[in-house]
Write a new protein. Sequence first.
Length: 531
Amino acid sequence: MDDLRLTALDGMNTIGGSKLLLEFDGHGVLLDFGMNFARTNRYYEEYLRPRTTTGLLDHVIMGTVPDVRGLYRDDLMHPDLHLTGPEIDAVDAVLLSHGHLDHSGDIGFIKPGVPVATSAMTAAIVKASQDCVRNEPGREPVYIARRRVEDLRGAKVLRSRREDLVGRDYFTLDGAPSDDLRRFWGFLPSFELSKRSRAAQLIPGQLDHDLKGLDCELVPVDHSIKGAAAFLIGTSTGSVVYTGDLRMHGLGGAATRDFVSRARSEDTHALVIEGTRVRRSDGQESSRPDATEKEVRDVADAILAGIVGEFAIADFGPRNVERLEIFLDLSRRAHRSLVVTPKDAYLLHAMHTVDQAMPLPGDDMRVYDSPKGSTDRYEEWIVEHRYADSLVTPSEVVRSPGDYLLSFSFFDMKHLIDIRPGGGHYIYSSSEAHNEEQEIDFRRLGEWLKRFAIESHGFEIDADGRPSFASEDGPLHASGHASPEELAKIVREVDPDVLVPVHTENPKWFEDTFGGERKVVLPKQYETVVL
Ligand SMILES: [Zn+2]
């Protein structure tokens, strides 16, 4: 029997940035390859970013991506960069659990020959997200603009020519990709819009559902993003189960329960499980009670029923399309049209290629058209080409504010200048502030709302200038993650021999809770453990 080995490359003792290498029977797979926000935010902020002309240099020197050899794109190797970390032999695939950036955000650094295995929905989401960002090498999970070394005043810089894009292969393990998704795979708004100019080319990677030679099954779970999945990996030592991120209390909680029974029946040897909500004992307690999506829905419904005719904004997190669907349904009941940003519309368009039940802009969902704030090609494509019949302009909102529910966030506050509502409601239905920088953003959001006399629901700014998320209306947000009690139930039901906590600030909790009953492995960076 071959050894089953696990090496943590990144993401220990933190939420997100998980990059685990699992090796067995001559195979190697990476369990997610996400951005490590905690480490990145230690050094960087909005106006101090890793340079885009140095490839991996800034990332490796600052430790925001791990120093490993044999894994990264050759074209991102800046001449000043010398990798010294462990050599990674061969990786068959990245098993991508879902499309959140803390799981998918660094895939673009990996050699294009390494395919990604995921759900069709996650493939569509990461493609759509990449189409909306500009020139960040890590954020090229689906297609890659190769960098070339150029001399610039005696220094070496890495520059891309965007006309030739090379694709990475994706395996949609939940079934053959639809024709619509195949078409979207080779489509780019910028190319579509510049057909008559110089011919640019995207050579899309292969899109297939048969990941040859690897015993790997994708099992859907419920999380705050569509397409989330766990993986069951067959090895000669026994099954390894990786949960990704999951929860029981969402509208799709049945999927998570089915996954747990499936993992139990599999006689799981090792369970790699997330622990987001297991906080450090010295950590700040949440000011919010646990809530379900159903409760959130009822609270938001009651608020909308009480503000008929008034200007209203609903703020749910980016890519939280389940919450968007809830608000779309509520706005129909309240005889309003939900107004989404072009970015949301583009994401929905992508998701619709996989699931025809996904809503698209039309009569009851409109796209906010603000030429003053529009710069990107995907926006132009959405507004001028694809959904030109479903737009709403600021002046239409001014004329009848009660007809719309605007899906805006802090970063859309600039649009209030064109609307100048002079009263209204802001329904905040997303995560709490997790760090000082986010607290400052909330303080600014509070000032914007004050400026336009808008009442907030779901958060308020205290006298000392700090945001509080206790909501008088009732809960307006439900977590994307299982509670510690639910995690304990999952562990005991799946009943693995070996437990590996990841995606948590408090791995020690797992040792304290389960150490007496099974082997608990707390991975350290670059250390290989035999499971
Ligand atoms: Zn997630």
